[in-house]
Design a protein around this ligand. Sequence first.
Ligand code: FE2
Length: 397
Amino acid sequence: MSISEQSNKLLSEFSETRSRTLELVKTLEKDDFVVQTAPFMSPPKWHLGHVSWLFEMLLSKVVKNYELYSKEYLTYLNSYYNKFGEQHKKDKRGLVSRPTVDEVFQYYHTITKRVTDILQKQLDEDAKNLFTMGVHHECQHQELLVYDLLHLLADEYRPIKKNQISKPSQIEQNPVSIKGGIYTLGYSGTDWCYDIELPEHKVYLDDYKIDAFPVTNGQYLEFIEDGGYSDYQYWLSDGWDAVKKNVWQAPMYWIREKDQWLVHDFIGKRKLNANELVCHVSFYEADAYCKWVGKRLPTEAEWEKAALWNEQKQKKTLFPWGNESPTQRHANLLESYLWSCAEIGSYHQGKSHAGCYQMIGDVWEWTSSEYVGYPGFKSGFSEYNDKWFTNQKVLRG
Ligand SMILES: [Fe+2]
């Protein structure tokens, strides 16, 4: 790809991402933008302001004598970056009425214009990397925004587009056997990636088996009905404490009504679909389920090898199905506009070489690996990823 093609790609990815964020909030009422319904979620207004704020921080690194849009926004819109000064408390983002929703939109459009102008100029590699990170950061916030809209509105949210979920086909449900040996873990492509995906490094794996599809609601329901949430022996100590403290009895958004389980999501309050992938389970719940069923979570390397390794060709691909970028044919993505997990067997074309399904899209999948830097890790942007290298587990998918 030539340098000008690279720049055009970045500019179009930036425009597309900014448009998609606006699309997500297009049908909201003004009142919806301000409300914070839980300490772990953020009001939509905050997300719009924060993603623009991050681009402004990048602009101030790249543009000489950059003049900030408003110094008054800095504390409220800073999420957790000590290098950019004070931060407003995360659980109190819904308690402020300034900047107003209109002011945040004004800010959003102005920053879009400023970044667009910069991306049309000649930029060095470092600057391009920073703005690419800004685009990915905004994509991460689109995902957070969707989680938060679920908590805020559930089926009262009106997406601008809703597609029909395709009919699932029959799939092989037996666990897949994977040969062990030396495996090279990490991002193998030549495009942009996060610093935590590098460097590729060798790990040793024993032979192992992995389920051909992620755990379904129906499978998880068996764990619940067998008393999974009331028997300490399936749980890690911290997990059992969390079960008791939070009175967990089922995944988030499951509701027990009379004798049946319902879920409340973007589709509505509806009967649990046993063939949909189970969603909204913590690491502790995932781990306890595995113990109950007599299995275990995969390590990150086991997960990745099952997803990306082509045994026949002895090489790794970027996605389970090959190197082609994900589309609606391969996986359930935000841009699939389904607004729900799909049933197992819905993505025949997303099958990995090893024979695993739905490893991209639908849900993030828990692994048993600690979230730490790979050997030889080099930080790409301070305070973005590496300051979180403690007490967290790796999710893939
Ligand atoms: Fe952020």
